[in-house]
Design a protein around this ligand. Sequence first.
Ligand code: ZN
Length: 254
Amino acid sequence: MATKIDPSNDRMTDEEWKARQDLAACYRVFAMMGWDESIYNHITLKVPGEEGAFLINPFSLHFSEVTASSLIKIDIDGNKLSDSPYPVNKAGFVQHSMFHRHLHDAHCIIHTHTTETMAVCSVEGGLQPTNFYACNFIGRIGYHTFEGVTVREEEGQRLLENLGSHRILMLRNHGPVVMGPTLPIAFVQYWALQRACEIQLATMSMGKPILVPDEVIAVHQRDIFQTQASAEPGRADFDAMVRRADKIDSSWRE
Ligand SMILES: [Zn+2]
C-alpha cells in the first residue's frame, strides 16, 4: 500500500492537494479502462503556482494503487521535491520533462502503451480518417520515427520538431503522447484518441474502410469543439469517469 502523508503537515497548498487528487483519480480511471501497462507509463501534471514542479506516479506502483499522497513532486530534471519511499522512473520522465520544459501550455502529459494506440502508431499511415473520433484528430497530430526507448536527451529536439504546433505526438512503433493545458482537457483528448484507435483496429479487420473526405473532416472539426457539457472543458467527462472509478475503490483520495 502507498504510504500516507498528511498534507497539512507538509506545507502543501490547497491547489497542490487538489491537483494531487485529480491526478490520482486520473490514474485510477486509466487502470479501470485498461489503459495501464504494469508499473510503466506516466501521466504528469504541473503543480499549480509552483514553477518547475510536477507530479508523477511512484515507480513500482500500479496505476490502480496510486493515491494523492503517494504521487511524487519532482523538478524538471526528475529530482524529488517531496519525500517518498518510492523511486521516480527518471528514464521515462525524460520525454515528458522535455515537453514540460519547452511547451508552456503542456501542463498535463499522458503517455501510454495501450494495444490499440501502439498498433495505430505501428502501421503505415497511422491514424486514418475512417471513423468519427479519428476525424477529430486528422491534421492535428504529429508523428515521430522510432529511435529506440525514449531516454536520450538529444532526441528531444526532433520530438519537438515532429510535434510542431500540435499537442498530440504519435511515437511510431511505440505509443501516443497527449498534452493539454489542464488535466480534464488532456484526459478527454486521450479518451477520444483511444476510441479512434480501437475503432480503426476493428474497422481494418473487417475490410476496406470508408475514408472521410477532407471537406467533411473540416466541417466536423469546426463543429465538434462547440459541444461542451461543462464550463471547464473536459471536466464533466472526467468527473463522470471518476465516479465510476470511485465505485471500485475511492482510496485515491488519501
Ligand atoms: Zn513509452
